[in-house]
Design a protein around this ligand. Structure first.
Ligand SMILES: NC(=O)c1ccc[n+]([C@@H]2O[C@H](COP(=O)([O-])OP(=O)(O)OC[C@H]3O[C@@H](n4cnc5c(N)ncnc54)[C@H](O)[C@@H]3O)[C@@H](O)[C@H]2O)c1
Length: 435
């Protein structure tokens, strides 16, 4: 059986399913489709499924033409019907893994997908979980569900964990050329997982277990969270010391070994860095161990929006104005440059804090036409022509297409959290990490 499955992968005759068609799932669909596989996308969101079947793309990293071609040539179709799994050879699970209100992992999406998979009673299936999760999820949560339903993992069904490392908006590294870590429950599992993914990804990095693969992802993102936390704390120290943190960081980054550049900012955003470390901290709590680095970095990073408010307040104060009653314009609400994703964006915290201090807030983001705010849709300004009317302008995201020279020329007061105005001494510009 194993050799016939392998042949299907190599000949690209295997039928692939991708479950969850978002930032992770849709680019994966496109890689499988580009490699010549027949791909079925499964998602609970009917609107997304309908749009995809019309060839309409909603993920910035996916090429519109490539998607249209995949749909019109019949190599890709989407559905909300999980029963199609009976005709598939492999499924990759890319559903959300958020935190619940208590900041504990919410793995309900993974569980509901597994309930659908076992319902289909289709054996000879490779299942690869790609959603970020705590170490032990694949073995403790998924494996028993399969075994209880009569599947023999490693013989009739194959189970792996392979974390997705996609960096939305990265022009150099995408799904295809980012090495992919993969751990299987048995040797057969890892061998099949590796072989399938080798058809679409340049380099596969097998590890000895799903737990190791789960931990790799959490190490990577915890590393980022902690180092960003350090950069944020050094920025605050530099403000107090009267030193330019950006100059310090750039100079430190000239060291060719033993240093990696991280920069401060208004806080953490996106679906990964603010969330993933909590998965690890939660798991460690169940083992009666406190993940101290994670907690400290979380504390520093989540306080950055408050620090931005302090900087805005200082600037207004100089003009004998207060937050209460001032008009504040936010430049950029996406969590990082040149993307349209506002999930967990610190800009949303800054807006909330400003509004609770009585400021009137507007935003401008060429990538984000609108945001949901207190149950209503708030639209981005379409231009900056009235920028001089705002008491303060806070730059939170430095999208490449924004005319920062125009902002500098016309705004009354600027709070620059992204080092847009490097080394600038203009009194109307307050730079984070400079004071
Ligand atoms: N976005 C990133 O940059 C990134 C990077 C690496 C890893 N991840 C991880 O990948 C996973 C997916 O993240 P994403 O950013 O693609 O999320 P997303 O919200 O963009 O997409 C998830 C999709 O899953 C669908 N879905 C929800 N429940 C489902 C169900 N029960 N069955 C089928 N589909 C369902 C949603 O409708 C949505 O289309 C998460 O675990 C995330 O932590 C994300």
């Amino acid at each position: 059986m194993l050799s016939s499955i392998k042949e299907k992968y190599i000949n690209r005759n295997a039928k692939i399913g991708v479950i969850g068609l978002g930032y992770v799932g849709l680019p994966l669909v496109m890689e499988f489709s580009k490699a010549g596989f027949q791909v079925t996308g499964i998602d609970v969101n009917e609107t997304r499924v309908n749009e995809l079947n019309k060839g309409n793309n909603y993920i910035q990293d996916v090429d519109d033409d490539a998607l249209r071609t995949a749909v019109s040539s019949g190599t890709f179709s989407a559905t909300t019907d999980f029963s199609v799994i009976k005709d598939l050879d492999a499924v990759s699970i890319c559903v959300p893994t958020p935190l619940n209100k208590l900041k504990d992992p919410d793995v309900s999406y993974i569980i509901s997908v597994m309930d659908e998979i076992v319902k289909v009673k289709h054996h000879e299936l490779l299942i690869v979980l790609e959603s970020t999760t705590y170490p032990g999820t694949t073995r403790d949560l998924i494996l028993p569900r399969l075994e209880e339903n009569g599947y023999i993992v490693g013989e009739t069904v194959f189970l792996c964990f392979s974390p997705e490392r996609i960096d939305p908006g990265n022009p150099v590294y995408g799904t295809h050329n980012t090495p992919k870590v993969l751990g299987g429950v048995t040797e057969n599992c890892v061998a099949l997982g590796k072989l399938l993914y080798e058809q679409i990804i340049e380099s596969i990095v097998p590890v000895s277990s799903p737990e190791a693969a789960e931990m790799v992802k959490l190490l990577e993102n915890t590393f980022r969270s902690i180092n960003i936390g350090l950069a944020n704390e050094v920025a605050i120290m530099c403000e107090k010391l009267g030193i330019d943190v950006w100059e310090v960081i750039d100079a430190a980054a000239t060291k060719p070994f033993g240093y990696m550049k991280f920069t401060p900012g208004p806080g953490l955003g996106g679906h990964c860095i603010p969330i993933d470390p909590h998965y690890l901290a939660w798991k460690m709590k169940t083992l009666d161990y406190k993940a101290r680095f994670i907690e400290l970095a979380g504390e520093i990073n989540t306080n950055m929006p408050n620090h931005v408010i302090e900087l805005i307040s200082q600037g207004l104060n100089r003009e004998k104005k207060s937050l209460n009653g001032s008009n504040v314009l936010i430049i950029g609400v996406a969590y990082k440059p040149d993307i349209d994703d506002v999930r967990e964006s610190p800009a949303l915290d800054v807006i909330r804090l400003l509004e609770s201090s009585g400021s009137k807030v507007a935003f401008y983001d060429p990538y984000v036409p609108s945001i949901q705010w207190n149950g209503t849709v708030v639209k981005s300004l379409v231009s900056l022509k009235n920028i001089a009317e705002y008491d303060a302008v806070a730059i939170l995201t430095n999208h490449g297409s924004i005319d920062f020279a125009y902002i500098k020329e016309n705004a009354k007061l600027i709070i620059d959290t992204r080092n847009v105005y490097t080394a600038h001494k203009d009194k109307k510009i307050i730079r984070l990490g400079v004071g």
